[in-house]
Design a protein around this ligand. Structure first.
Ligand code: PLP
Length: 369
């Protein structure tokens, strides 16, 4: 069997020096020294990648709560029942909106980029005139987001934009004032187990959302100034994060190596992967784009060969009973994306032989068609 994903986090020996620091300091949570250091080093990495202004961050207990906090911050004092978002996303996006009292309004995605576009979102605003509180723009399976286009969208429409870039921590090409939420879950390209981050060049947003992660207390006080809760990470999570940053260069190198080997294997048989995958950006959820007429036979051949595969976003959020009653825009192109984007085995330790097995399985099916 080839599993679709094997998570890999720093191993014990890499974490131990940081655990000893926790033993020494006897600080276990509440923005301790390891959390501060992890936040600063993570911001340094993201600033270096995004090549813009200095990036600030608030850390959260997971990616879903990061989106919730960013939405709560950005919609404070605004009216509107709906949160516009693509249906083709992980279900967490819809839960995050619902958890802050908004109703998801599901939109279609562009069939090429598999992302919501400003034109699609503008259509959703027209359909719900005056009743949209926010737009969540999702990075599909970790692909970079066209942040500049969404800055222009927000300026034109005066509706706050929040980025669900959960799987894109390694692909943040541009971070501006709008909050960029990522997940540090074990299955993402950069994981610490459970964790999340909200990045922005706006230091005040980072500071306020950090306060929201600790009951809305302003720094150094025990007086709650705003709605929030307990969304902090512990010093133990920060220890894993620091060890993960120590090993990040090696991890990026191995993700890239496996990605490029896959691209080569699929290019040889003229099967595309998600646009830009591997060459332009890195992820843990690799999608091959299988021609519509061949999807059934290819996935059946995977099953027969013990090759695990997955539709990472299922059939879209609108297909889940929890959100089936939410309004949507007709979702014309979503079924095509759902059907043809097939998540294939991908993880840093995937061997050349395993990649050849996956590509060979697809090749055999397509050659008999
Ligand atoms: C993983 C993911 C989330 C949720 O992140 P968690 O850390 O698991 O809460 C949200 N949105 C998308 C698109 C994701 O891939």
């Amino acid at each position: 069997m080839i599993p679709v994903l094997i998570p890999s986090l720093p191993e014990t020996d890499a974490i131990v020096p940081y655990l000893r620091r926790i033993d020494g300091a006897r600080i276990y949570s509440n923005y301790g020294p390891l959390t501060k250091e992890f936040t600063a080093r993570l911001c340094g990495f993201v600033s270096g990648q995004s090549g813009g202004g200095a990036v600030h961050a608030a850390l959260a207990s997971n990616g879903t709560s990061a989106i919730e906090l960013a939405l709560r911050y950005r919609t404070a004092g605004r009216t509107g029942r709906f949160c516009v978002m693509p249906s083709w996303t992980f279900i967490a996006t819809a839960h995050a909106a619902a958890n802050v009292g908004l109703t998801p309004y599901f939109t279609d995605v562009d069939p090429e980029t598999m992302a919501i576009t400003p034109a699609i979102a503008a259509r959703a605003l027209r359909a719900n005139s005056g009743d949209v509180a926010a737009v969540i723009v999702v990075s599909p399976c970790g692909a970079p987001i066209d942040v500049a286009a969404w800055e222009a969208f927000e300026a034109a429409h005066d509706v706050p934009v929040v980025f669900d870039a959960a799987a894109a921590t390694l692909n943040l090409r541009r971070v501006g004032a709008q909050p960029v939420c990522t997940s540090l879950h074990a299955t993402k390209a950069f994981g610490i187990g459970e964790g999340g981050a909200i990045f922005s060049t706006d230091p005040e947003m980072a500071e306020t959302i950090t306060a929201m992660t600790g009951f809305g207390f302003s720094p150094g006080s025990r007086v709650s100034q705003m709605r929030g809760g307990n969304y902090r990470i512990s010093e133990y999570a920060a220890a894993v994060g620091l060890a993960a940053l120590d090993g990040l260069d090696a991890r990026i190198a191995s993700l890239r190596e496996v990605s490029l080997a896959y691209l080569e294997g699929f290019e040889r048989i003229s099967v595309p992967m998600q646009a830009g995958f591997g060459r332009d950006w890195l992820t843990m959820t690799a999608n091959a784009i299988i021609p519509p007429a061949d999807v059934e036979v290819v996935t059946a051949a995977f099953d027969a060969a013990g090759i695990q595969w997955r539709r990472w976003y299922g059939d879209g959020c609108h297909a889940h009973p929890t959100f089936a009653a939410c309004p949507h825009d007709g979702l014309a192109d979503t079924p095509g994306v759902v059907s043809t984007a097939i998540g294939i085995p991908f993880f840093p330790a995937l061997s050349a032989d395993q990649i050849a097995e996956v590509c060979g399985c697809v090749e055999r099916v397509l050659s008999t068609r």
